[in-house]
Design a protein around this ligand. Structure first.
Ligand code: ACO
Length: 335
């Protein structure tokens, strides 16, 4: 059994925050940010917007393009590290879409690799049988977990949602040619947003020992990142992963139409493209307008490229995600 991409959609919050806006709250400049990252603007969730509302809008756009009715969905995968509900937000999206058959809906947490992982999960469900239409949404609101006094991280991230519909088809039409997925828990020290364990949060027993029960209400730390290490990891692991996925697909860098990487930093995108000998005109990039939108960056950039006519039916795309975990992975797909 094969699977193919039949629709995409995206949504971004209305509030735009420029580099100059950020320079008013931290010691930075438009020049520093744009030279080091390629980013000039990002969108930030405010007011009525939530991760769920953005994800629902992106999903509706993808379903409309795919001409798939919400009632025909067999599975909804929400790839996010920033759900509105810690227990998972996918069922809320399923409800908002009005899927009457109560299809399974759950969250996948793999930071900026989430969308690629969701796409491969969708393909595995379809190929395993019993699933015909799977909605894969990448949505993140890292603005909620950024330390807005830390100029090393707050300049990078933005909020958005993107979605695709993956559909069962016969093997001749199969649109997933190869993939490659990895993680390395050792690298967590370079990029994380850990649960804060603080002894002061626990009651002390009569002898002064920490009872640790009942635990007090706690929270997660803001994003902690060693930018240089994450940069090195990305330019080392992403080309290897894409090469491995291409090999499984029986393809080479020269036979793909588009390179579509997680939009983290233009310098990372350029370095990976150069290592794979893919010229700039075959590289998709929109981070100048949105920054790093984590799990949503690949479907957001795909949606823009499809709707602008850049990516056309039959084109082959090498997509790769990478980020916290550490996690990374690639998929060679046909649009
Ligand atoms: N404005 C001005 N100066 C700054 C800023 C800023 N926003 N941020 C840091 N600096 C300063 C530093 O303090 C440092 O000053 P010093 O030399 O006096 O000590 C200098 O600029 C250089 O800082 P570096 O951190 O070494 O800068 P670098 O060239 O590494 O760029 C960056 C930093 C842009 C973060 C880069 O390392 C990067 O993009 N790394 C990859 C990060 C990434 O992609 N993360 C996303 C992962 S996805 C996920 O899963 C969430």
């Amino acid at each position: 059994k094969g699977c193919k991409l039949v629709g995409c959609g995206s949504a971004v919050p209305t509030l735009q925050v420029s580099n100059d806006d950020l320079a008013k709250i931290v010691d930075t400049s438009d020049e520093w940010i744009s030279v080091r990252t390629g980013i000039r603007n990002r969108r930030v969730i405010t007011g009525k917007d939530s991760l769920t509302t953005l994800a629902v809008e992106a999903a509706k756009n993808a379903l409309q393009m795919a001409e798939v009715d919400p009632d025909d969905l067999d599975l909804v995968l929400l790839c996010t590290s920033t759900p509105d509900d810690l227990f998972g937000s996918a069922p809320q999206i399923q409800k908002a879409l009005g899927c009457k058959r109560n299809p399974l809906a759950y969250d996948i947490t793999a930071a900026c690799s989430g969308f690629v992982l969701g796409l491969i999960s969708a393909a595995c469900y379809i190929r395993g049988g019993g699933f015909n239409n799977v909605l894969v949404i990448g949505a993140d609101a890292l603005s909620r977990h950024v330390d807005w006094t830390d100029r090393g991280t707050c300049i990078l991230f933005g909020d958005a949602a993107g979605a695709v519909v993956v559909q069962a088809c016969n093997s001749e039409e199969d649109g997933l040619f190869g993939f490659d997925l990895h993680s390395d828990g050792d690298g967590q020290r370079h990029l994380n947003a850990r649960f804060k364990e603080n002894d002061a949060d626990h009651d002390l027993g009569s002898n002064g020992s920490v009872l640790g029960f009942p635990p007090r209400r706690s929270s997660y730390s803001c994003i902690q990142m060693n930018g240089k290490e994450v940069f090195r990891f990305a330019v080392r692991c992403v080309p290897q992963s894409i090469e491995s996925a291409l090999k499984k697909a029986g393809l080479t860098g020269s036979s793909i139409d588009w390179l579509l990487l997680h939009q983290a930093n233009q310098r990372i995108i350029d370095a990976v493209a150069s290592r794979l000998e893919i010229p700039p005109e075959r590289v998709i990039s929109n981070l100048v307008n949105y920054g790093n939108t984590s799990a949503s960056s690949i479907p957001l950039a795909l949606d823009e490229a499809v709707r602008s006519g850049k990516v056309q039916s039959g084109h082959t795309i090498a997509a790769a995600g990478f980020g916290a975990g550490l996690t990374w992975g690639s998929a060679i797909v046909r649009w």
